[in-house]
Design a protein around this ligand. Structure first.
Ligand code: MN
Length: 236
């Protein structure tokens, strides 16, 4: 069985509790693979060990990336940061791309993928980009918040098979400039980037929404995980 590494969040720096939303684990399991949690530890040798054992990397949601990692001063509207997770995920992501290991990057994950490849972020969509769409709806993870238009012949287009989909939305940051080699493959109705991919790789796909939250009600969301797991089983 294919093994998919998932990075958790450090939900409480005082108690040291790590958390991961169960829906990520269910989504990977139901797509036919074994989800495994990757510990947040400052040790590059360990990161290489993780990469040598997993068949794919799932970058999950979480707190805002430290803005200095994309060359910006932190603005007041930027949220809390977790340097250890930033460091580990940037390393894992860059190396996975080098190794052509499949990567599915969700919410914070798409931002990690983008910044690890040299892209930048809006630190706060309402104050820096637009208030046209409210992208921050943690209260409505299973609801359709805004539409997303998919680029033709992109991986997302091939997986979903539609030009437009309705998605949930739980983010206050977003991609400003895409990282090296990233193709923007999905945009919200306000023009914000909601999907990216590295076209020359087996499967390096990022989505700004949360497909894992709706796999039981939305076949298109489930199809993203199935395509990811399938790519993890193919030889590079
Ligand atoms: Mn959104």
């Amino acid at each position: 069985m294919r093994m998919i590494g998932i990075t958790p969040r450090l939900s409480d720096q005082t108690t040291g509790l790590i958390t991961v939303t169960q829906t990520y684990l269910d989504a990977i399991h139901e797509a036919g693979a074994l989800p495994v949690l990757l510990p947040l530890i400052n040790d590059q040798e360990l990161y290489e060990e993780m990469l040598s054992r997993i068949d794919g990397l799932l970058l999950s949601g979480g707190t805002d990336i430290e803005p200095s990692l994309y060359g910006e001063e932190k603005l007041p509207a930027c949220g809390n940061n977790l340097p250890l997770r930033d460091q580990e995920e940037f390393y894992l992501c860059r190396r996975a791309v080098e190794m052509d290991l499949p990567v599915l990057a969700i919410c914070r994950g798409i931002q990690v993928l983008n910044c690890a490849l040299g892209g930048t972020l809006y630190q706060d969509i309402p104050t820096q980009y637009s208030r046209q769409v409210n992208h921050l709806r943690p209260d409505a993870l299973t609801e359709q918040i805004h539409s997303v238009t998919l680029e033709k012949d992109s991986k997302l287009d091939q997986i979903i098979g539609k030009t437009q989909v309705q998605v949930n939305s739980c983010h206050h940051q977003g991609i400003k400039t895409p990282g090296a080699g990233l193709r923007v493959t999905a945009r919200a109705e306000d023009g914000l980037t909601e999907g990216v991919e590295l076209p020359e790789k087996r499967f390096v796909v990022g989505v700004q929404w949360h497909p894992e939250a709706i796999i039981h009600s939305n076949p298109e969301a489930q199809a993203i995980f199935k395509a990811f797991v399938q790519a993890c089983g193919e030889k590079s």
